[in-house]
Design a protein around this ligand. Structure first.
Ligand SMILES: Cc1cc2nc3c(=O)[nH]c(=O)nc-3n(C[C@H](O)[C@H](O)[C@H](O)COP(=O)(O)OP(=O)(O)OC[C@H]3O[C@@H](n4cnc5c(N)ncnc54)[C@H](O)[C@@H]3O)c2cc1C
Length: 390
């Protein structure tokens, strides 16, 4: 093992492992360091699957990033026999005044994506008899969207990055970081390593690590739960049923068809206790609402999928106050790139974020428009977050 590298990546999860792959593929030698053994169930990428939508209800700015991410996922699929993506389609619906649904339809039109608008609940329910939407709901269906096998994606990035010359230290938390003008120093129990450049992509642990680099950002991790429920396979298996995102005034829910008989998977998007990742209770079911909340949604909107709970798991979001990501060069250190605050909707973009981070680490610039993700925007400074919360 060397002691000096071109780039050190602290946190080899969703974003960091992708960055390691793109750097190594381009001939740069990265050292990836992770506190666990990715993919793992302690951070933000556990639970096997993630939705990828292209007509993003989060805003127009996300659509080009989603389109590029999908291209990169398709390229990754060419390099592996592991399943990366399943084209199940994704349906998004809610009441007519849902900003999310309206934005998804507008974003799809703006970028000429294939997208079917669904005028009322009857149309939605007729197309997918497993859904029971009220007639006053409307929505859209993206036939080219679907499900990423996130565990397989991270495993594939890892395997290929190592083949292209990256090195990886697992089960090795980074204890300390120091940045000088021309190099960076990273301390771990396995020793001290130096590099020309640094990427910090430590998920829910970013706030603490970035504060060591004099960057205090409004990052708030929260505890999330997901459940897999016994479902009527003829209605909810992935050949028949799409991924879904449902924006209700009483809560926002997302989920996945039953993949290879595992049951319908569902989570809630807009709730979750604020936590410290060091001390989060990772046991599913400690709160009655862990199961109760998602079961209640299923009983109303997808009743034949409200069977026995097969598995329940916990995971973490790391929210910013405006729910936009932070992807930028450190404001004081041109040799440090940051990926943080992926706020519950980041996984789908991780291939494109890996590409951006690899560009930032090698040239301090990127050909992607990352102005929305600036580390210096007022809304993510700690003072601004207090104002938002009050
Ligand atoms: C239940 C759930 C469902 C989701 N569904 C979707 C979805 O359908 N679609 C979508 O696009 N997104 C979804 N997301 C969001 C997405 O999964 C996250 O935005 C994404 O995984 C965040 O990636 P990350 O790299 O920031 O964090 P992680 O993947 O957690 O990676 C961070 C890594 O840093 C490591 N680390 C931390 N501290 C240190 C340290 N000191 N030293 C070394 N390593 C360290 C950790 O071990 C970890 O491996 C979901 C998230 C959850 C929780």
């Amino acid at each position: 093992m060397n002691s000096h590298y071109d780039v050190i990546i602290v946190g080899a999860g969703s974003m960091g492992m992708a960055a390691g792959y793109y750097l190594a593929k381009e001939g740069t030698k990265p050292l990836l360091i992770d506190a666990f053994d990715p993919p793992h169930s302690n951070g933000s990428h556990s639970g096997d699957t993630r939705l990828i939508r292209h007509a993003c209800g989060e805003g127009y700015e996300y659509v080009p990033l989603a389109i590029r991410a999908q291209e990169l996922w398709d390229e990754l699929q060419q390099e592996t026999t592991e399943s990366i993506f399943r084209n199940t389609g994704v349906v998004t619906f809610g009441p007519r005044n849902s900003d999310f649904v309206n934005q998804a339809i507008a974003g799809g039109k703006e970028y000429s994506l294939p997208i079917d608008t669904l005028d009322n609940g009857e149309e939605i329910n007729k197309r997918w008899p497993g859904i029971n939407a009220p007639d006053e709901h409307f929505g859209c269906y993206e036939p080219e969207a679907g499900v990423l096998f996130s565990g397989n994606c991270i495993r594939t990035f890892r395997k290929l990055a190592l083949q292209y010359g990256a090195e990886l230290l697992t089960n090795t938390p980074v204890d300390d970081l120091a940045v000088a003008e021309n190099d960076v120093t990273v301390q771990t129990k396995e020793g001290t390593f130096t590099a020309d450049k640094l990427i910090v992509s430590a998920g829910a642990w970013n706030k603490k690590l970035l504060s060591e680099l004099n960057l205090n950002l409004a990052l708030q991790p929260s505890r999330q739960t997901i459940g897999w429920f016994d479902a009527e396979e003829s209605l909810y298996q992935s050949d028949e049923f799409p991924g879904f995102f449902v924006d209700l005034p009483t809560g926002v829910y997302y989920g996945f068809p039953s993949i290879d008989g595992t049951g319908l998977k569902i989570g809630r998007y807009d709730a979750g206790e604020e936590i410290d990742p060091e001390y989060m209770n990772r046991e599913f079911g400690i709160f009655p609402k862990d199961e109760g909340d998602i079961r209640k949604f299923l009983e109303t909107f997808m009743p034949q999928a409200a069977g026995k709970l097969n598995v329940g798991k916990t995971c973490m979001f790391t929210n910013t106050p405006d729910e936009n990501f932070i992807i930028d060069v450190h404001p004081e250190h041109a040799n440090v790139a940051i990926a943080a605050g992926f706020s519950g909707h980041g996984y789908k973009y991780s291939s494109a974020v890996g590409e951006i981070l690899s560009q930032l680490a090698t040239s301090s610039t990127t050909n992607h428009d990352i102005s929305l993700f600036s580390a210096t925007r007022p809304s993510i400074q700690p003072q601004a977050s207090k104002t938002v919360q009050n």
